[in-house]
Ligand binder design. Structure first.
Ligand SMILES: Cc1ncc(COP(=O)(O)O)c(C=O)c1O
Length: 435
């Protein structure tokens, strides 16, 4: 094993870290170095165990090193490591599509594979515009998205994004988006404003539907906005309004899918099937892969004349390793009753967030499924209050990342009851210590 000081020196000399003010990183002589992970735990180079409180950027819903996933990965690598999905098919690519359709909201019958969350959204953007064009509505090229939205970092996905700090550097190259209020924004009265948010959206659809291709939302919870949760009625009203205005509805389930909010898909809270649904993160658990699911109606828009085809696809689209893993992920969800586990554990998270809401300095808290969040200030993404709690948690053996003045948790869904109890205790102690 390489010596820590040497490794950090090389990292500081050459590596450029994501979402990281690099002067701050370079000024830290003793950053955390992870050498292995198992279950809900990361292990540092010093041998310290850290609870993975955000599932390593919301990915490790099945934890780390799941033996069934490791076995599938090794077997698949030895059998068929890679082949293109354009003009060819393979067992896992075809069967995964069938299995996804079987668990997806009824009506989503087509699966287009992608590389990650951003490309799933990018695909939805392009499919929506091209479908509208091929339905004879070429003027429908604009998108509606929420304040505080996050849909990924490619230029198309970032254009939908509503977090100002992420948008500002790219002003001028992002496409214009109709921005509407978030239904999760907490008002002065401590309540979320889904009714006034919906009224604003309805007005846009009433006046501008002729130019709008689709509305794109993170259903039930806006992750990067600070885990802002909102009422399922917003999604129901949104779906009805989109139908009435002939505007496509896109659910970005990259974060909220795979049981993170309770049911398999967050849209199920509202009983709504979107026209397009974007997946990523937990999809293949330990390799980057995602998919965009579409209805037969959308799919049909791309048939007929070869010029109507969807001329899009990344090199690793539908790769056999990821597809084999993604199939095993679905089997593990079934065999280990992962959603049943979430139903039980989410009650403990909700109770703890209520308890944290009573602590001095905490403005508001919320919980949904395996997500909990506490607002400690109103400083937005660049606020430092969430970071203080994360630093306290780090001292107590848990890894968290803040969203500005908000601290949130998003543990692996397979965390044991005992581990969850321990982690929630660490969280309470850390909020108290930072207060
Ligand atoms: C809702 C949502 N959509 C899209 C993305 C982008 O996913 P990726 O980072 O895999 O491109 C994210 C990432 O956090 C996300 O939370």
């Amino acid at each position: 094993m390489i010596d820590k000081a040497k490794l950090v020196a090389i990292d500081h000399r050459h590596a450029w870290h994501p979402y990281t003010p690099m002067d701050r990183w370079l000024g830290d002589p003793d950053p955390t170095v992870i050498v292995r992970a198992q279950g809900s735990w990361l292990e540092t180079i010093e041998g310290e165990r850290l609870f993975d409180g955000n599932s390593s950027w919301w990915v490790a819903s099945l934890g780390h090193g799941h033996p069934r996933l490791l076995k599938v990965l090794a077997e698949q690598a030895a059998t068929l490591d890679h082949c293109a999905f354009g003009g060819l098919t393979h067992e896992h690519g075809a069967l995964l599509a069938e299995e996804l359709v079987a668990v997806a909201p009824a009506g989503l019958t087509r699966v287009f594979y992608t590389d990650n969350g951003s490309t799933s959204v990018e695909v939805a953007v392009k499919m929506a515009v091209q479908a509208q064009r091929q339905w004879g509505r070429p003027k429908k090229t604009r998108f509606v998205a929420l304040e505080g939205a996050f849909h990924g970092d490619s230029v198309g996905a970032a254009s939908l994004g509503g977090v100002e700090v992420y948008r500002r550097p790219f002003a001028g190259i992002l496409f214009d988006c109709v921005r509407v209020p978030s239904p999760g924004e907490v008002g002065e009265d401590g309540k979320t404003g889904h009714e006034s948010a919906f009224a604003a959206l309805a007005k846009v659809l009433a006046n501008e539907a002729d130019s709008i291709a689709a509305v794109v939302v993170e259903p039930m919870v806006q992750g990067a906005a600070g885990m802002l949760t909102y009422d399922a009625r917003y999604l129901q009203e949104l779906a009805a309004a989109c139908r009435a205005a002939d505007v496509l509805l896109v659910f970005d389930e990259v974060f909220s899918g795979y049981g993170r909010t309770g049911p398999m898909w967050a849209g199920q809270h509202a009983g709504v099937t979107p026209d397009l649904m974007c997946l990523g993160k937990a999809f293949a658990s330990l390799l980057p892969m995602g998919a965009t699911l579409a209805t037969e109606k959308v799919f049909d828009a791309f048939r007929g004349d070869p010029a109507n085809a969807f001329y899009y696809g990344h090199t690793f689209c539908g790769h056999p390793l990821g597809a084999a893993l993604a199939r095993e992920v679905l089997r593990i969800y079934r065999d280990e009753d992962v959603l049943g586990q979430v139903a039980r554990k989410s009650k403990r998270i909700a109770a703890t967030m209520t308890e944290i809401g009573e602590l001095p300095g905490v403005l508001s808290t919320r919980a949904l499924g395996m997500i909990g969040a506490a607002d400690l200030g109103r400083g937005g993404y660049l606020g430092g209050l969430g970071g203080r709690v994360c630093a306290e948690a780090r001292k107590r053996g848990a890894y968290l990342r803040p969203l500005g003045d908000t601290v949130y948790i998003c543990p692996p869904l397979i965390t044991t009851d005992e581990e969850l109890e321990h982690f929630l205790g660490v969280l309470v102690d850390s909020v108290k210590a930072a207060g």
